[in-house]
Design a binder for this molecule. Structure first.
Ligand SMILES: Nc1ncnc2c1ncn2[C@@H]1O[C@H](COP(=O)(O)OP(=O)(O)OP(=O)(O)O)[C@@H](O)[C@H]1O
Ligand SMILES: [Mg+2]
Length: 248
């Protein structure tokens, strides 16, 4: 579903992606790990076509992401942003139904609201929450609303950027489980960026570690613990000593 081939991207002298190659098969869940500033978000933006790579190739569902109808292209994606990124001035249901109220996915208002309430239920929130504003919700509830928004338009591909950051371990577990369930029942292709190793084990079919601008290791999550890769070992065990320099 998603293919990156030798993707390079530099900002001035800062060579961030130095030949990133990665394949995410349809209906599978890929988790990208890697140190802060290694280019995980840049890679995600390249796939979405928000950043143009300097060279290399990106295909989504076999099509070149940088050409064609942007609106139709973006309609394939759902996205859970880091920190939720809800619109403060809109009630919860309008946040969830945001894409169903405008653009090519536009539905009548009553229908959009109904879908929003159904998606809120799916993430464990009651219909009453629909008319509250984001500021009236806890962090965990905001994450759920963000998740409901990500799935509102039944996307083929869902991106999760740090889905559990800032949540207590139990709420993080709940969100991880929800993500796993939703991806499985929708048959969606998922790409998650996270630092949370519990998330990795809960969400991933496959993992890929980005380091020095390339995918240092990729494979099924079951092989992660005995990969024999010193970079991956250091990262997943959170060791200060190893080939990855802690100070950057
Ligand atoms: N628009 C931009 N212009 C210039 N430099 C950028 C831009 N976007 C990202 N960078 C640089 O690219 C590098 C990778 O950034 P990126 O946000 O992808 O890191 P990350 O792996 O997502 O880190 P984190 O885990 O902290 O979110 C950083 O050095 C950053 O400064
Ligand atoms: Mg990032």
């Amino acid at each position: 579903m998603i293919q990156l081939e030798n993707v390079q991207k530099a900002f001035g002298n800062n060579r961030v992606l130095r030949g990133m190659t990665l394949e995410i098969k349809s209906g599978t869940s890929m988790v990208i790990i890697g140190g802060s500033g290694t280019g995980k978000s840049v890679a995600l933006k390249c796939i979405l076509g928000l950043i143009q790579p300097d060279s290399g190739k990106i295909l989504v569902d076999g099509k070149d992401a940088s050409t064609g109808d942007r609106d139709a292209f973006l309609a394939k994606f759902g996205m859970l942003f880091q920190g939720g990124a809800l619109f403060d001035s809109l009630p919860v249901w309008q946040n969830v139904a945001f894409r169903l109220l405008r653009g090519s996915l536009k539905r009548p208002q009553a229908e959009a609201r109904e879908i929003a309430i159904e998606k809120l239920r799916r993430v464990g929130l009651k219909a009453e929450v629909a008319d509250l504003f984001p500021a009236e919700l806890s962090g965990g509830m905001q994450k759920r609303v963000g998740l409901a928004r990500a799935i509102a338009a039944d996307p083929e591909i869902i991106f999760f950027d740090e889905p559990t950051t800032g949540l207590d371990p139990i709420m993080a577990g709940v969100i991880n489980e929800l993500i796993r369930e939703i991806v499985v029942e929708m048959g969606a292709t998922a790409m998650t960026i996270t630092h949370d190793m519990t998330s990795v084990r809960a969400i991933a079919d496959n993992i890929a570690m980005l380091h020095d601008g390339v995918i240092q290791w990729t494979g099924p999550v079951s092989k992660m613990d005995d990969s024999g890769d010193p970079y991956l070992d250091q990262f997943i065990n959170g060791r200060a000593e190893g080939p990855i320099e802690a100070v950057r």
